[in-house]
Ligand binder design. Structure first.
Ligand code: SF4
Length: 411
């Protein structure tokens, strides 16, 4: 976080859920406009005594032209630009490592907060489909995770903190910006076509920040993404699924990973609180039966394939029964073992046979392809919630320490 301070009253990144305008003179951090949704920014401008349409103008500069310098916002008066310069900033999380694969996969490690271990990953995966070229960005919502799924090392790190709106939307901003750093402002176009809230953390446990970030993604004054191209993936926080249905129309994915309560209690412990019957019922309520244009016509089921644990023919049969009344698409994820992982990856034959059983029963069932092998982003597990993030965090820390050492030795 920036140490830059100004003699005005303003909210910091961490307080940005309820932004407010300057009220009294004191030294605080500049307000980061990056993470504000339109209603929040409109209120901010109104509280400053400005017209609220300024919010739309500034959002376009930030999220469509990727401008971080107020002096470049040419349709805003010089006086207001000066004022904004004094009390605001536009700041994405700090990139401590980035890597671009030969196959087009891009990966970033962001430092969020002060601690060396406060790192989150973001991965962008390009693919061709029948609608053309897709670029899907997997975004993190928390540092660490409190839910401790037994196949996921993020859970082993424990929970550190929620990401702020600026840190969540900053991942999307940075991924787009990576395609246009050298492009003139007038020619800049957004590249990311799809977002999955499926990185580090449980997004429904950082509800307000995730909801407002998704609103920015859908906003025509920001990214203008189609609601069917924004997906929230949850391990099954049932009451929040119902709340989500009230608040926004985006696609939903469920990290299922087991087809009976006994096994799911072990793999995804939140199941003890919200067992499968409740989870499937919440998914059925989430489906919108009347809207052709809705993102809520089906639910995506994520299922990591663990050798000898959840990949047997009887599990496929259980899944058929479990999902028989739920419009769904199933995505099988080959497990990517991490050091000390208590599980192995199912064999290719086992995965294909599992897929065939489900397809024969009439389900749309795909197997996730691994991508970005040359940059260690192949997991299909960061994207599928089961990446070895601990090991990677250690690797990044070592790399940063090494480069600091080299810079020190070079004077
Ligand atoms: S799989 Fe998702 S919900 Fe479970 S511990 Fe990992 S990050 Fe948390």
């Amino acid at each position: 976080m920036s140490t830059e301070a100004v003699a005005v009253s303003a909210v910091s990144d961490a307080q940005q859920h309820t932004p407010s305008a300057p009220a009294q003179e004191k030294t605080v951090e500049k307000v980061n406009l990056l993470g504000m949704s339109r209603p929040q920014m409109e209120k901010f401008f109104e509280d400053m005594g400005e017209k609220k349409f300024r919010a739309g103008q500034v959002m376009k500069w930030i999220h469509q032209y990727f401008v971080t310098d107020f002096s470049e916002m040419t349709n805003i008066s010089g006086k207001l630009r000066e004022k904004l310069e004094k009390i605001c900033k536009i700041k994405a999380p700090e990139v401590v490592h980035k890597n671009f694969s030969k196959d087009g996969t891009r990966k970033w490690v962001f430092r969020v907060g002060d601690g060396e271990g406060s790192l989150v990953e973001t991965v962008l995966i390009p693919a061709e489909d029948k609608t053309g070229s897709r670029k899907t960005l997997c975004i993190s919502s928390q540092v660490g995770c409190a839910l401790d799924c037994s196949f996921c090392s993020t859970g082993k790190q424990g929970f550190q903190r929620d990401l702020t709106q600026a840190e969540i939307i900053g991942q999307l901003w940075m991924a787009n910006y990576s395609y246009m750093e050298d492009v003139p402002i007038a020619d800049r176009e957004r590249s990311v076509t799809n977002v999955v809230m499926m990185g580090m953390g449980e997004p429904l446990l950082n509800y307000d920040a995730v909801l407002n970030s998704m609103r920015i993604m859908l906003d025509d004054f920001a990214y203008g993404m189609s609601k069917r191209r924004v997906t929230l993936s949850t391990s099954g926080v049932v009451p929040k699924i119902d709340q989500l249905a009230e608040d926004i129309d985006v696609a939903l994915a469920i990290s299922l990973h087991a087809t009976n309560n006994e096994l799911r209690n072990e793999l995804v412990p939140i199941n003890k609180k919200y067992p499968l019957e409740q989870l499937i019922a919440a998914c059925q309520r989430y489906i919108k039966k009347d809207g052709n244009e809705s993102a809520r016509k089906h639910v995506t089921i994520e299922y990591v394939m663990l050798d000898g644990v959840n990949d047997k023919p009887e599990h496929a049969q259980e899944m058929i029964k479990l999902l028989k009344d739920l419009p769904s698409k199933i995505n099988l994820i080959p497990f990517n073992p991490f050091p000390h992982a208590p599980y192995g990856r199912s064999s290719r034959n086992r995965i294909i046979s599992f897929q065939k059983t489900l397809s024969d029963a009439g389900f749309v069932c795909t197997i996730r392809q691994t991508r970005g092998d040359d940059i260690d982003a192949a997991c299909g597990q960061l994207v599928g919630q089961v990446a070895d993030r601990t090991r990677r965090a250690e690797q990044w820390k070592k790399k940063i320490a090494q480069s600091n050492e080299i810079m020190r030795s070079q004077g």
